[in-house]
Design a protein around this ligand. Structure first.
Ligand code: BES
Ligand code: ZN
Length: 618
């Protein structure tokens, strides 16, 4: 009986584009999708770099699920709402209430809905402090001549630049008209036309239903360089050639992923090169991943980031976590798929090293996390969903899928995962739904391999299961053996065959330098390493990061000049936050950190400023 009601309900809601089939209400949105949901958004916005505002309107096609519903509720943050109109027989003004803002959720906007309303149009303006927007001055870009604007909507910042039902339980298509200063070019997570006339007036259509956190916009002195197949690069001119060379394997990655997990559903896969202040590595905005320039290393050593954002085209963008409690369904599955892509394109040894590096990193990180935050499913009600972004959803999630792969074998697990993506394409997913699907389509077909208790332990228990996979690499074992022999004085550095070491080997070597060695001895060791390998001067941002961090931990002062250049030049939090944090552990270090930070601060993203202000007590 119940089962039937759910089935009918699910069919109903899916047919109108809101796939929250019988899910609990998202604790991070005021929207009441059960009553009224939006199925298409049209944006008409003017980008004003002087005022640092977007202004215009957002228009929704709405669907009623409750005939008695008399209001349409959307999420906002720091928006000025000028007026709201509804379309019934014709357009007419309607009343609305903007509630007092709540710290995490922002301000609930309740719009009165006449019985015959089909569309709602909200005229509004963003605040210069909008959390989801970064406004860069020309000085903060590489070209120095034009400003740059980009959005970051995940997890709940889209409401700071669009009044919207901001929950991933909703899916909608969108279109947009974006007006910019005449000499700038706009791109979105939608169909982009690289040949559009550069007249400051741009149109976009996203024909596929996406969750609101995937609406994205970039504006700047952007140009385009095509790569193979359906791939290409947008960015400031200075980086196009280098990025196209670095990411030349992108189309190969698309083909490999298609072979494993079914057709790429989004048309083109382009990359937008972000300014250096971009706070993240990448963001999987559909059709157009946003990517940090810090991975353009010259040797393709950091392109797992591209594999990751591309993988989201299946895990995350096609099958989407229903709310942020289930982030692991996006990020864990993506980390797993990412590594499978890397294995196909760059070989098993590299894939193994990348798995070993990240799982080692997770084990280190677990020691620093509160126990409650170490389960895959987390209850984030009352908390900022940003808090869910630790290594747990990523790497514990990846290890869970790896565990299943090892138990069932790729012959069974690969088709299962492919079918999972196909069966739930353009829908949202929860942990409970995932487990039900897993049981019916993998576990029950191969009884006795993995118990339901085990699955529940992985998803709902804290810490790591005892029998979790422990990725290793023979190449890494060699690196550590050499390191130990050198530290023990059995061999000298010139006995270690580092000439052909990859970035991964260097990272493994550096991050595993002993912590408990007396400081003076460690400083001597670091001096020797620097003399032999010039690590302080490394141009690889990951190697430099790992080395600078060790330098700070062991008070190896020769790194300081490099640190003072490194920190202000990079906005990617993963690379700079640990360094600021380490500096802040001593009074002298904290003073130095503040001295570096103050002039650098305006160049960082608002979200990065927030994090760093806190670390440095600013
Ligand atoms: N979806 C995330 C980006 C993100 C992170 C959005 C935190 C909102 C808050 C993206 O796919 C991602 O995971 N990026 C990683 C790279 C990855 C290789 C681990 C990043 O930015 O470092
Ligand atoms: Zn991701």
């Amino acid at each position: 009986m119940f089962k039937n009601i759910f089935a009918i309900y699910a069919a109903l809601v899916m047919s109108v584009g809101f796939s929250g089939n019988a899910m609990a209400k998202d604790a991070h949105s005021y929207a009441n999708l059960d009553a009224v949901s939006s199925r298409h958004l049209h944006l008409d916005l003017t980008v004003d770099f002087d005022q640092k505002t977007l202004s215009g309107y957002a228009e929704y096609d709405i669907v009623r699920h409750d005939a008695a519903a008399s209001s349409f509720i959307v999420d906002t943050r720091d928006l000025t709402i000028n007026r709201v109109e509804v379309l019934g027989e014709n357009w007419q003004p309607t009343t609305f209430t903007l509630a007092a803002p709540e710290a995490i959720l922002g301000a609930k906007l309740t719009i009165a809905l006449p019985d015959d309303a089909q569309k709602v149009r909200i005229y509004y303006r963003t605040s210069p402090e909008a959390a989801g927007l970064q406004w860069l001055t020309p000085q903060q870009t590489a070209g120095k001549k034009h400003p740059y604007l980009f959005t970051q909507s995940q997890p709940i910042q889209v409401r700071s630049w669009i009044p919207i039902q901001d929950t991933p339980a909703l899916r909608l298509t969108y279109s947009a008209r974006i007006k910019t200063p005449k000499d700038l070019f706009a791109v979105m997570s939608a169909v982009n036309d690289p040949d559009a006339v550069r007249d400051g007036d741009y149109d976009f259509i996203m024909p596929h239903k996406i969750p609101p956190y995937l609406v994205a916009l970039g504006v700047g002195d952007l140009h385009f360089k095509a790569m193979a197949g359906n791939t290409g690069i947008y960015g400031e001119k200075y980086i196009l050639a280098a990025a196209a060379a670095e990411f030349a394997d992108t189309f190969e990655m698309v083909k490999v992923a298609e072979k494993l997990y079914g057709p790429y559903q989004w048309g083109r896969y382009d990359i937008l090169m972000m300014p250096p202040s971009y706070p993240m590595g990448g963001m999987e905005n559909p059709m157009l991943s946003f990517i940090t320039p810090t991975v353009v290393a010259g040797d393709k050593s950091l392109v797992d980031l591209i594999a990751h954002e591309l993988a989201h085209s299946w895990s995350g963008n096609l099958v989407t976590n229903g709310d942020w409690n289930d982030l692991w369904l996006n990020e864990g599955t993506t980390s797993y798929v990412e590594n499978r892509i890397m294995e196909e394109v760059f070989g098993l040894e590299r894939a193994k090293m990348e798995k070993a590096l990240s799982s080692q990193g997770l084990l280190r990180e677990l020691k620093t996390l509160e126990d409650v935050d170490t389960s895959l499913y987390v209850d984030l009600a009352g908390r900022d969903p940003e808090k869910a972004f630790s290594g747990v959803p990523y790497i514990k999630g990846q290890l869970f899928l790896l565990y299943l792969e090892e138990k069932y074998g790729r012959e069974a697990f690969d088709p299962f995962l492919k079918q999972y993506f196909t069966a739930h394409a353009f829908q949202s997913m929860t942990s409970a739904k995932f487990i039900t699907y897993l049981k019916a389509n993998l576990m029950d077909k191969h009884p006795g391999v993995v118990s339901m208790d085990k699955i529940n332990e992985w998803v709902y228990d804290t810490g790591m299961p005892d029998d979790s996979p422990r990725p290793t690499s023979d190449i890494f074992a060699r690196v550590l053996q050499d390191q130990q022999d050198w530290l023990a004085g059995k061999i000298s550095l010139k006995d270690i065959a580092t000439t052909n070491w990859t970035v991964h080997q260097w990272l493994h070597f550096i991050t595993n330098l002993p912590e408990e060695m007396p400081e003076k001895m460690m400083r001597d060791r670091m001096t020797q390493l620097d003399e032999a390998y010039n690590l302080t001067a490394s141009r690889n941002n990951e190697i430099a990061h790992a080395w600078l961090l060790q330098g700070l931990k062991h008070d190896y002062q020769a790194i300081l000049p490099r640190l003072k250049v490194y920190l202000p030049s990079i906005g990617r939090l993963k690379l700079i936050r640990p360094l600021y944090k380490q500096l802040a552990t001593t009074p002298g270090g904290l003073a130095m950190a503040r001295k570096i930070y103050r002039p650098a601060r305006p160049g960082y993203h608002p979200s990065a400023q927030k994090v760093l202000d806190k670390i440095l007590g600013e």
